[in-house]
Design a protein around this ligand. Sequence first.
Ligand SMILES: [Zn+2]
Ligand SMILES: [Zn+2]
Length: 338
Amino acid sequence: MTIQAYAAQKAGEKLNPFEFDLDALKPDEVEIEVEYCGICHSDLHMLKNEWGITQYPFVPGHEVIGKVSATGNMVQHLKIGQYVGLGWRARSCSICDQCLSGHQNRCLNGEAVIVGRYGGFANKVRCQAIWAFPLPGNLNIKTAGPLFCGGITVFNPIIQNNIKATDHVAVVGIGGLGHMALKFLNSWGCEVTALSTNPEKEKEARQFGAHNFFNSRNSDILNSLTNKFDMVLVTSNVDLNWDAYINTLRPGCKLHIVGAAHQVNASITPLISFERSIGGSPTGGPATIAKMLDFCSRHNIEPVTEEFPLSEVNDAFEHLESGKARYRIILRNDLGKK
Ligand SMILES: [Zn+2]
Ligand SMILES: [Zn+2]
């Protein structure tokens, strides 16, 4: 079978039309006919080989929405024509201790959709069937793609840290990840505080669900929030004055990092004295993704997106890199339709 896609031939190069052939579908895989695919910052890091793991030709795309177009002969639970979403993971081994304990997103033998495989900027993409998630009927197929990487990345910490409706949570950085975090946490019932360096985002942050909005450039404001939050969720990808944020945590609570800053420089005493911790997480396991989709369906949560046709993928990447995307970018597959 010949697949049409957009690929970069070298690190940092523009994407161009690219065709490749695939062998027979594996028994535990499904093939998805791509209708929409989000662009994530990880696609940009991978395009430039900033993590040293990119293989070229490189086809990005790991926020896929489309219909199942073929199923391997072991696949019972998905039907041809059914809408599914696919995120970062394409495969997990099912037998390591992480998989067996429900943490398939931490599988050490797994495969990612865009690492050593061709991703979703294509007319078709394949994955192990457990990583293709049926879409609840009321989700908007045009905007649901970003839930599968950006969305689950900020939903997972709510589950991992047992966040309750009575909790106070701060979200640092109001961009692609942060705006979804505000929506989730507001619907979860929390008191939600947005911390941003851009005061122009206040109005929208409040519309997304923030009860409070503070300019995080003002260190007096951060100091006034000492011992306030049950979780501080860092979605920005810049190095912060980490101690100032750690001091806003209540005792026993966690600074949870999902944005790719370079490093954390933090004093030890505020951690030891109040049993605070620092951690991070990648996307989420299949059970958590299913829970997120159910939650979005019930609370009508959808990412705020800007749409480009796939044929203008290079413009879309430039827009992402400019930092002006509001708030996630999705590509509409127009392969063969131009
Ligand atoms: Zn991603
Ligand atoms: Zn595994």
